[in-house]
Design a protein around this ligand. Sequence first.
Ligand SMILES: Cc1ncc(C[n+]2csc(CCOP(=O)(O)OP(=O)(O)O)c2C)c(N)n1
Ligand SMILES: [Mg+2]
Length: 331
Amino acid sequence: MTDRPNDRSLEKYRRMLRIRHFEDKAEAIHAAGEIPGALHTYAGQEASGVGACIALRNDDYMVGTHRSHGHPIAKGAKLRPLMAELLGKVTGICKGKGGSMHLSDFSVGSLGETSIVGSGIPVAAGAALGSKLQGNDRVALCFFGDGATNEGAFHEGMNLAAVWKLPAIFVCENNGYAVSTPASAAVPVKDIAERAKAYAMPAIIVDGQDVDAVEAAVTEAVERARTGGGPTLVETKTYRYADHAVNMGRILLDRGAEVDEWRKRDPLTLYRARLLEAGVAAATLDAMEQEVADEVADALQFARDSAYPEQADAFDDVFVDRLPIPDYLTA
Ligand SMILES: Cc1ncc(C[n+]2csc(CCOP(=O)(O)OP(=O)(O)O)c2C)c(N)n1
Ligand SMILES: [Mg+2]
């Protein structure tokens, strides 16, 4: 952060608060049976998502994972349609057909999230290729986990992006686990960032609990991508507080005191301290937190008051007719 807190710093804090409150609420109502299916929460990883997305323009592309409520929120998405989507309502951002794990929000450039681990990486490479072919300067940022880097799709996407110097930013959110398998048992390199060497791709390792540090790292990567320098792998070292998916006893993992240790470096606590130190009044931050809590409560009320989609509309927006071939491919 610069010496004096500015609107951008406060916006970063607000977005992290939004994610935390949204996820805590989602977890609670999932436990009560209001959200169908599996729910993977992002609490603990807020600085990684917000630091990365704040470095993007609104029209830049972003691709998520199965753990991606936080990513669109980090990029500025509205909470009402997101919450309605989790509840499967027709007012949801995908009319209730995407749900927690398959939602996209084009209003903020989110091309979507997917339950197939690693599969967003070639999608982001494709979006970046699209920008290059169309001659615009939009970049594509892809989030994925440490586990995804063991998938073929990761290596294929990274390779193609490097060979074609695509305007892509690959953000590996290394939270130390894939379901209940520690990264140390599944990844042979110490840092995921080392894997970039195989593609002659620059890599940056960053403290994923520090939103300013993540923003600085991703800003460097975005500048490189936007100016024709090709892709970068950014590894954010972070942690998720909840189990892999919440309220699902069969995959519980006992991480003992490790969670408490990470909570000492909670991204919101760290940033609040930094803002206070920089002269922001505690009352300002408390008021912001109350506003965010109200915003999440409003989103939930909106979702609860909304209707479910009609059965007759089940196949609308699911299939497309054959797409026209764009001019830039035939010219
Ligand atoms: C191709 C594929 N393999 C396995 C799974 C089952 N699965 C779902 S999430 C997950 C772990 C992913 O770990 P990571 O990429 O580190 O993301 P995190 O959950 O930690 O955010 C696995 C193995 C899947 N959904 N898709
Ligand atoms: Mg992981």
